[in-house]
Design a protein around this ligand. Structure first.
Ligand SMILES: NC(=O)c1ccc[n+]([C@@H]2O[C@H](COP(=O)([O-])OP(=O)(O)OC[C@H]3O[C@@H](n4cnc5c(N)ncnc54)[C@H](OP(=O)(O)O)[C@@H]3O)[C@@H](O)[C@H]2O)c1
Length: 281
């Protein structure tokens, strides 16, 4: 349950649960029911969404129907590439809030750096302003490379609290994680269990799962937790939501961690989305 998920203190002093729910493709009544089950039945407190998932309304409705007070939840959304200008970014945050019918987001992230478009510093300044206006408690980014992160701090004086990046056993981001640690930026893992790849059937992970009497998803999610990253697995299935969050009663040995770390490969991204060149609007 939620009580067993520890909290992490971000570089701005805000506390975030160390584990959460992804919601990509969770929409409408089905989405509301699934997210409400995650909150009420399965103890999730951190819910990740995005303007571009077109489900901020679904998340907001699940929050309203749930029995958990708003202030005990930690809700995230993200700014799309097409609104990364100073005139469009704050109205977009406001539109996200109207859609969710919330007064504030706990976390708002720039969804992609879109370095060819090159508006991310302007968008970052807008998020700094939106935080000052009380629309957002904590501000961060997704898919930023160290060069993008350095520029944000250099040009605005404000460092992101979180960088949400693709991270799973096939692409473990060791170098970027180390950079985050050295610069006091929290890593969050997207596609943590590989979104439909063969990762959860991998023999190495299956052998570790058998040894600990856990499922392969639980092994991978515990690996994230022991790396110190915040995993946000998506599941519309309440029994899987329960399975995924039930990772706090066992520990992987260093040899297990090493074996999983060895599964990474340079072409391990699920969709070949390299933030140096990929852009999303
Ligand atoms: N910032 C970004 O650019 C970015 C990019 C991608 C994703 N994200 C965020 O990260 C979240 C997670 O990533 P993701 O949705 O791409 O992939 P994921 O969480 O790695 O995988 C989700 C898939 O795994 C299935 N699943 C869940 N638990 C399972 C279990 N215990 N056993 C077997 N299968 C299981 C789900 O099916 P069911 O739902 O049917 O159970 C779903 O098909 C997203 O939902 C989104 O919030 C952010």
């Amino acid at each position: 349950m939620g009580e067993t998920v520890k909290k992490i203190i971000l570089n701005d002093g805000i506390e975030i649960p160390a584990f959460g729910l992804g919601t990509y493709k969770m929409k409408g009544e089905e989405g509301v029911n699934a997210i409400q089950a995650a909150i009420d039945t399965n103890g999730y407190r951190l819910i990740d969404s995005a303007y571009n998932y077109e489900n901020e309304g679904t998340v907001g409705e699940a929050i309203r129907r749930s029995s958990v007070p708003r202030e005990e939840l930690f809700i995230t959304s993200k700014l799309p590439g097409r609104y990364q200008t100073v005139d469009k970014a704050i109205p977009t945050v406001q539109e996200s809030l109207y859609r969710a019918n919330l007064d504030y987001y706990d976390l708002y992230l720039i969804h992609w750096p879109n370095p060819i478009q090159d508006n991310y510093v302007e968008a970052w300044q807008a998020l700094i302003d939106a935080k000052k206006q009380g629309l957002i408690r904590s501000i961060g980014v997704c898919n930023f490379l160290p060069e993008h992160l350095e520029r944000l701090e250099k040009e605005t004086g404000v460092k992101p609290t979180i960088n949400q990046i693709e991270l799973h056993p096939y692409f473990n981001q060791a170098t970027q994680r180390k950079w985050h640690e050295e610069n006091n930026i929290q890593t969050q893992s997207w596609t943590p269990i590989g979104r439909g790849t063969d990762m959860l059937q991998h023999t190495t992970i299956q052998q570790i799962a058998d040894k600990h009497n856990k499922t392969t998803a639980q092994i991978v999610l515990r690996w994230h937790y022991q790396l110190g990253t915040i995993a946000i697995p998506k599941s519309s299935t309440p029994t899987r939501q329960h399975e995924n969050i039930s990772i706090f009663d066992f520990t992987l040995e260093q040899t297990d961690m090493d074996q999983i770390n060895k599964l990474t490969r340079p072409d391990g991204r699920v969709n070949n989305q390299d933030p140096a060149v990929y852009e999303e609007f």
